[in-house]
Design a binder for this molecule. Structure first.
Ligand code: PFF
Length: 455
């Protein structure tokens, strides 16, 4: 049995900031700018926004709705809503997806701890050689990145051990505010560099020749990853939410906040990369892949006035964003262990630390001693990144939408969405959301999958 009294968020603001904290993370600052760079800039952005409205928002609303109605961890939620059926295994898959994401997420989290430490000590800005050598020798070292990965996971575990209100809510509230302030400062610095407007143009003028089946799956994967949907995070947080919350409005607010942040993070990075490249008379390289933030940016910071301060602020922002997301991933696994395996919170945190840290070790070593070891042609790190974002999250989202649209009765869906009729949501709007999640989202996700398999 689940414990009788579960913790809840203390305030509406705390809940919104915790969910936004989950959504805003490495996905926005580290993954979004380079995925945008690799997929044709503004054309990708347009596709991304389209996926967001037609697929991700309805899926997010269903995940939120199911979490609040079930009031438990993902596994039990499906058991409560469809007792004795196999649907509970979707819940289990969600828990597994979260654990898999956390396992590679903590490696990049560890890199941000290291870069922040180097920015603070001045090592980063006083480095004279090629930043790709610095990054390469760090991530291929067998021990150093492991140490930082475990430090990052340890910080995440400590916050989770404090509980929903004292840990997740309090930390998210504080960190998100600081994060916004910092990123605005870095954007101002970036946009005031001569030549920065070239980068802005790149972000907002579409090049449709770059759009392929892979671009679609990349945009969908990025949108799922960025919104933290499809793996039980929103569902778990929603189980700590007051019954009076307006689900549709909160979801829309979080999606808007997250997308705005991704664009703002792009504006902090891409124009600066353009400006410095123009200054040095070289081609701007915004499609540098995962190294964009760790290789290209330090060079950019070094070349610009006040770059040391900008670097410090930037890597602090990166770390804060990573922590608020990592805690939401860990909470999914921890809630499952507490409620299904009946362990204490601390016990659950330690188990999760060992489990995800263990897999994280392999992800980290895949840049060094295990470089030659491939799973389906991908390194361990890339394998976890690819299958979680591009397959497990959209598949989880598809099943969640199918459950909410086809298994949950329409009357129950409307009852939950309108808080038993207490919310004045126009009927056309609740029905539009309903049909988006019942028909459009599952169909669109399936088509994108099929298109990618066939291409
Ligand atoms: N949304 C987070 C980011 O953008 O970094 C990553 C993430 C967190 C994905 C939680 C999935 C999740 F459940």
């Amino acid at each position: 049995m689940a414990p009788k009294s579960r913790e809840t968020f203390g305030s509406r603001m705390g809940m919104l900031l915790a969910m936004a904290g989950s959504a805003i993370g490495l996905g926005n600052i580290w993954r979004f700018p380079y995925t945008l760079g690799q997929n044709g800039g503004a054309a990708f952005l347009l596709l991304y926004v389209l996926m967001l409205v037609l697929i991700c928002l309805p899926v997010m609303i269903s995940e939120y709705l199911l979490g609040r109605r079930g009031g438990s961890n993902p596994f039990r939620t499906f058991d409560i809503l469809a007792p004795g059926t196999k649907w509970r295994w979707i819940g289990f898959m969600a828990v597994l997806s979260s654990a898999c994401i956390l396992s590679f997420y903590c490696v990049v989290g560890g890199w941000s701890v290291k870069y922040l430490a180097d920015a603070c000590s001045g090592v980063l800005m006083s480095f004279d050689g090629d930043y790709s050598d610095l990054f390469g020798s760090f991530i291929s070292n067998p021990w150093k990145p492991l140490f930082y990965t475990l430090v990052f996971l340890g910080i995440t575990g400590l916050i989770i051990a404090l509980g929903v209100r004292k840990g997740i809510e309090r930390m998210s509230k504080l960190m998100i505010k600081v994060l916004f302030l910092i990123i605005v400062l870095v954007v101002i610095r970036s946009l005031t560099l001569p030549g920065a407007m070239e980068g802005v143009r790149y972000m907002f003028v579409p090049d449709f020749s770059k759009v392929t089946a892979d671009t679609c799956i990349a945009a969908m994967g990025q949108a799922f990853f960025s919104l933290s949907i499809g793996c039980g995070c929103i569902l778990t947080y929603a189980s700590y939410v007051d019954k009076k919350e307006n689900i549709a409005a909160s979801s829309a607010w979080i999606a808007f906040f997250d997308t705005t942040f991704a664009i703002v993070a792009g504006l902090a990075i891409i124009p600066a990369v353009y400006a410095i490249a123009l200054m040095n008379g070289v081609n701007p390289n915004v499609s540098a892949g995962p190294g964009l933030v760790f290789i290209t940016l330090p060079g950019v910071f070094k070349a610009m006035p006040l770059g040391g301060v900008a670097a410090l602020l930037f890597f602090l922002a990166l770390l804060l964003a990573a922590i608020t997301s990592a805690i939401s991933l860990m909470e999914v696994v921890v809630a499952f262990i507490i409620e299904e395996l009946r362990r204490s919170r601390v016990h659950a945190v330690v188990t999760c630390f060992l489990l995800c840290g263990g897999v994280g070790v392999f992800c980290s070593l895949s840049f060094g001693p295990l470089e030659g070891f491939k799973l389906f042609g991908l390194s361990v790190f890339d394998f976890f990144d690819y299958i979680t974002s591009n397959i497990m999250l959209p598949a989880g989202g598809l099943l969640l939408a199918v459950f909410a649209g086809w298994r949950l009765k329409r009357a129950n869906y409307l009852d939950e969405l309108t808080n038993s009729g207490n919310l004045n949501i126009p009927r056309w709007l609740s029905l539009t959301i309903y049909y988006l999640l019942k028909l459009v989202a599952p169909l669109a996700i399936s088509l994108i999958f099929i298109n990618c398999i066939l291409s």
